[in-house]
Design a protein around this ligand. Structure first.
Ligand code: NDP
Length: 323
C-alpha cells in the first residue's frame, strides 16, 4: 500500500509518498481501510521534530474508514463496519492502518467519512477543553485563539451552546467573519490589535475567566495579561512555537492564576472515556449544535501541501487527505 512517511525531521519537504507493507490484524487489532485521514497541527510537530518519534516514522493520527480485517479476540466489530480513531497510533497518512480495537469507535450513518475525519480529534479536543478542563457555564467570558481553525470552529459553536460569552482571536478579517457566523460575540484580529487590551475592554476591565491558547509562543504574554484574578490559562498547543518555561511566581503576580497544559490522550485514556467523548461529539453534530464545515480535501500524495497551507495560516476549518 501507499503511505506518507518521514526518514528525517524538517520542513514539509521531508514527507515522502512511498510503498510500504500492508498491515495485518494481530490479536486485539483491527485493520481499517482508510477513506479519509484528518490532518492535524500536531502532525507538523512530529514532522518538524518538535515532538519526538523514532525514524522512519509513519505520519498522522486520525482516520475514518471501514473494517477490513479483525484480529483474534476482538469483539463488537464486523467486516465492513464504519469506524474511526484519533490520536494514537501514528500511521493514518496511508491506505490502511492496524489499530488496537479498544481505540476504535463506530461512526454513525449520518456522519460521512470525510466529516468524521475532519471532526474527531479536533472535536474531542474542543469537548474536553470546554467540558472537562474548564467546565464552561453560562456567562463565562472565554477567549478562544485560532477560532476559525479546525479545533477553533468546533469550540466556538460548542461554547456558544454552553452559554459562554465568546471572544474569538483570529489572524485576519475573513477568519473573524467565520468566527462571528459560528457564534462568537466579539473578535480580535491578532495581527493588528492588542489582544489583552481588547479582552479587558470587552470584559468591563475585568479580564477573561479562561483563555484557550493553542498558539503558544506568540500569544503567551497576551494570554497572561487577558485573565481575571483566579482565571485559567489553558495552553493546549504551540502553532507559533513552544512557550517559554513557566515561572510559577508570575501566576501569583498576575492574580493567582491557574495554568494547565492538557493533552487529549489523558482525557480519552480508558475505553469508557473514549466512548463517552465520541458519543458526545456525534450527538452535538447529529443535533446540529456543532456544524462541521466541508473540509478542504487533498490527495494523500499531496500531504506536504496540506502541511504548508496549515503552517502558513492559510486554512480555515479542517483539512482531510483521501487515498
Ligand atoms: P488550526 O486549524 O487551528 O491551525 C492553526 C492556526 O493557528 C492557524 O490557522 C492560525 O490561525 C493560528 N496561528 C497563529 N499563529 C500561528 C503561527 N505562527 N503559525 C501557524 N499558525 C498560527 O489547527 P488544528 O485545529 O489542527 O489545531 C489547533 C491547535 O490545537 C494546534 O496548536 C494544535 O497543536 C492544538 N491541539 C492540541 C491538542 C491537545 O490535546 N493538546 C489536540 C488537538 C490540537 P490564525 O491565522 O487565525 O491565527
Amino acid at each position: 500500500m501507499k503511505a506518507i512517511r518521514i526518514h528525517e525531521t524538517g520542513s514539509a519537504d521531508v514527507l515522502r509518498y512511498e510503498e510500504v507493507a500492508d498491515p495485518i490484524a494481530k490479536p486485539g487489532e483491527i485493520v481499517m481501510r482508510i477513506s479519509a485521514t484528518g490532518v492535524n497541527f500536531v502532525d507538523t510537530y512530529y514532522r518538524s521534530g518538535l515532538y519526538k518519534t523514532a525514524l522512519p516514522a509513519s505520519m498522522g493520527g486520525e482516520a475514518a474508514g471501514s473494517v477490513e480485517a479483525i484480529g483474534e479476540g476482538v469483539s463488537g466489530f464486523t467486516i465492513g463496519d464504519r469506524i474511526g480513531y484519533a490520536m494514537a497510533p501514528l500511521g493514518s497518512y496511508a491506505e490502511k492502518i492496524a489499530l488496537p480495537a479498544d481505540r476504535v469507535v463506530h461512526i454513525p450513518e449520518n456522519v460521512s467519512f470525510e466529516i468524521a475525519a475532519a471532526s474527531m480529534l479536533k472535536g474531542w479536543t474542543a469537548r474536553y477543553l470546554l467540558r472537562k478542563t474548564f467546565p464552561v457555564e453560562p456567562g463565562h467570558n472565554i477567549v478562544i485563539h485560532a477560532a476559525a481553525g479546525g479545533v477553533g470552529q468546533i469550540a466556538v459553536q460548542w461554547a456558544r451552546h454552553l452559554g459562554a460569552n465568546i471572544i474569538a482571536v483570529v489572524g485576519n478579517d475573513e477568519k473573524a467573519n467565520i468566527a462571528t457566523t459560528l457564534g462568537a460575540h466579539h473578535t480580535i484580529i491578532s495581527t493588528r490589535e492588542d489582544i489583552a487590551k481588547r479582552v479587558k475592554e470587552l470584559t468591563n476591565g475585568e479580564g477573561a475567566d479562561v483563555v484557550f491558547d493553542s498558539v503558544g509562543k506568540d500569544t503567551y504574554e497576551a494570554t497572561l495579561n487577558s485573565l481575571k484574578p483566579l482565571g485559567m490559562f489553558v495552553s493546549f498547543g504551540n502553532a507559533s512555537g513552544p512557550l517559554p518555561p513557566i515561572n510559577a511566581q508570575i501566576l501569583s503576580a498576575k492574580g493567582s492564576l491557574f495554568f494547565t497544559r492538557p493533552g487529549l490522550l489523558a482525557y480519552i485514556r480508558t475505553p469508557q472515556m473514549l466512548r463517552e467523548t465520541a458519543d458526545d461529539l456525534f450527538d452535538v453534530i447529529g443535533r446540529g449544535i456543532v456544524k462541521i464545515a466541508q473540509p478542504t480535501i487533498y490527495k494523500l500524495e499531496n500531504a506536504a501541501q496540506a502541511h504548508r497551507d496549515l503552517e502558513g495560516r492559510k486554512t480555515t476549518g479542517s483539512l482531510v487527505l483521501t487515498p
